[in-house]
Design a protein around this ligand. Structure first.
Ligand SMILES: [Zn+2]
Length: 314
């Protein structure tokens, strides 16, 4: 394996909705997640969020209605017979326009939500095209600025999730020296297919920040356990994941056999943690308890259980 490089990357900015990161260009209609102001397609500083673009369309459409109301008022005043009717027409026109304006203001936010959704449906292909351009931009930096390329892919992955993008990120991450203080993401990278890069990354994350090992990562290891075992130090990866899983009783309940298979390779503190949890439930987890107890004896006293103990299990 080539030497890993030391990098830093920005923390991942989390937003309420995935599309909060998306920007659309007012001039050329290009979509991107990589820039806030300057459009990467046309170079003009005319990017805005999709809801802002919807709001802008709303204002433009509604301005016509207001102008029409004013025009009606003027016409009524023009055709009025005397000053009294001119005053009545003017007053009615002002009331009508003000009422219309108020009604428009009220409908702005619901309208914006509906039209934001419509823009996503209508521009689905254009959004995809923009994101693919974003990926190309990231790929262009792979060699010179791999950390920046990773950051860019991470942004695209917010909206466009597929195995090739995840795989590229996992591969990049495997070339970096990872540290505990980095803002590492795992769940968005879990792929459908097997990737040794992802498996290696899961193993590192399990060692660096075990809180990131959740059900999806455990499921991935279960699904590709044979492939991971065949990897260089593959058992260590699986043991690290099993070690991370024992932090929660729920994972022990869900995956007792998986944890049992790697009990003998668990780091000491994880083995102690496992036995601690098991001791609270003396009536459950029989086979796992036996394996954990034996791993503990071997680890701390350098001896396996007597043969009779083993026979009971089989
Ligand atoms: Zn543009």
């Amino acid at each position: 394996m080539s030497k890993k490089i030391a990098v830093t990357f920005k923390p991942y900015e989390r937003t309420q909705y995935a599309y909060d990161k998306l920007r659309v260009c007012r001039k050329c209609g290009n979509y991107t997640v990589l820039a806030d102001r300057v459009c990467p397609a046309c170079g003009r500083g005319s990017l805005q969020t999709v809801p802002d673009a919807a709001r802008r369309n709303f204002r433009r459409a509604r301005q016509g209605e207001l102008l029409f109301a004013l025009l009606l008022t003027l016409l009524a005043m023009l055709f009025a017979d005397n000053t009294e009717w001119i005053a009545i027409s003017a007053a009615a026109g002002v009331l009508l326009t003000a009422g219309l304006w108020l009604a428009q203001r009220r409908s702005l936010e619901p309208w914006t939500r509906i039209h934001t959704d419509r823009m996503f449906a209508r521009d689905n292909n254009r959004i995809r095209g923009g994101l693919i351009e974003d990926i190309r931009a990231a790929e262009a930096r792979l060699q010179a600025e791999p950390a920046r390329a990773y950051e860019m892919l991470r942004e695209v992955n917010t909206l466009l999730r597929n195995d090739p993008i995840r795989s590229l990120q996992a591969e990049l991450l495997q070339t970096f020296v990872l540290r505990r203080d980095m803002d590492l993401l795992l769940d968005p990278l879990i792929m459908d297919g097997f990737s040794p890069h992802l498996a290696g990354y899961i193993g590192e994350v399990a060692r660096l920040n075990r809180d990131l090992i959740r059900e999806s990562a455990i499921q991935y290891c279960l699904r590709y356990e044979p492939q991971i075992r065949n990897m260089h130090r593959g058992e260590d990866i699986l043991a690290a994941v099993a070690g991370a899983a024992v932090r929660m009783k729920r994972y022990i309940e869900l995956h007792p056999d998986f944890i049992r298979r790697y009990a003998h390779k668990l780091p000491k503190d994880r083995l102690i943690r496992l036995r601690e949890v098991l001791s609270q439930y003396p009536d459950s987890f029989g086979p796992l308890r036996l394996e954990a107890d034996e791993a503990y004896r071997v680890r701390f006293y350098g001896q396996a259980a007597p043969q009779t103990g083993r026979a009971e299990r089989s």
